[in-house]
Design a protein around this ligand. Structure first.
Ligand SMILES: [Mg+2]
Length: 267
């Protein structure tokens, strides 16, 4: 990780007597070591070591049994809980509103900003700790966990640490000890920057927002879109899955027998 920082520091050598901003962000101890390294190790060697570390990191990630997953609309039924919460707060969804992704249009609100505020309020409420599992997710995520798969969660919930703690508890209660990493972003934030760290690993990336799935595909991930009424219009390159039985089959190559597996009836 330190080597990663070296690359950021090297092009910023203090010209005109000014200290580069990146350097100022690094604590003094690390900074001192980096300057020392730069003095005694040729620049080309440091670049090579950085490149080698990056390649090895990607290789290890791609060899591990890791599944990258969104939460809302993938692991948890955020939509159901949010609509219920909105009704409790006096907002009514328009007819066939479940086909509409945009909250302003779905609830006939005065502005997108109002919609975003309500989503943030909901995501930071106590309710967020008690969302139900989506469809058959509990059953198949546990089965995949039993096969040694670990899940990295990437969710645009909120920057509020209490909301994040509630979500982590919610997930661990429903799915058990299958999570290796929880990555929390601000409410509704894009995921491109976070996905960068998985670039070219070919890992499975499960999303319900087509734009996020496509961002993953552009970075060399195997993205799929969890099907909902509000994303049915999507006609891009990421394939749809209807449930976690589909994902289980995709990952293991084993088809699910709907006659013997009760979990499918939960779909
Ligand atoms: Mg989602």
């Amino acid at each position: 990780m330190n080597l990663h920082v070296v690359l950021g520091v090297m092009p910023c050598d203090g010209k005109n007597g000014k200290r580069p901003r990146v350097e100022l962000l690094i604590n003094n101890g690390v900074e001192a070591k980096l300057f020392l390294m730069r003095k005694i190790i040729p620049q080309g060697v440091i670049f090579f070591i950085y490149w080698l570390t990056y390649v090895l990191h990607m290789l290890i990630l791609s060899m591990e049994k890791i599944i990258l997953t969104d939460v809302d609309g993938v692991l948890l039924n955020w939509e159901y809980a949010f609509v219920t919460w909105m009704e409790e707060h006096g907002y009514k969804m328009i007819e066939n509103g479940n086909f509409i992704y945009n909250i302003k249009k779905r609830f006939n609100l005065e502005s997108n900003n109002k919609g975003h505020k309500l989503i943030r309020q909901f995501n930071e409420s106590a309710t967020i700790g008690y969302l139900p599992a989506l469809r058959d997710s509990q059953h198949y995520v546990k089965l995949l966990g039993n096969l040694g798969y670990k899940f990295h969660v990437i969710t645009s919930l909120s920057k509020n640490p209490n909301a994040q703690r509630l979500r982590t508890k919610n997930l661990e209660k429903l799915f058990g000890n299958v999570f290796e990493k929880f990555i929390y972003l601000d409410t509704g934030a894009d995921k491109d920057v976070v996905l960068e760290q998985y670039r070219d690993t070919g890992l499975l990336w499960v999303e319900d927002k087509p734009a996020n799935a496509e961002a993953g595909i552009n970075m060399g991930l195997q993205a799929v879109v969890m099907e909902h009424a509000f994303n049915l219009h999507y006609e891009g390159v990421a394939p749809f899955v209807k449930n976690w039985a589909d994902i289980y089959t995709l990952v293991t190559g084993n088809p699910v027998d709907i006659n013997t597996d009760n979990a499918v009836s939960l779909v």
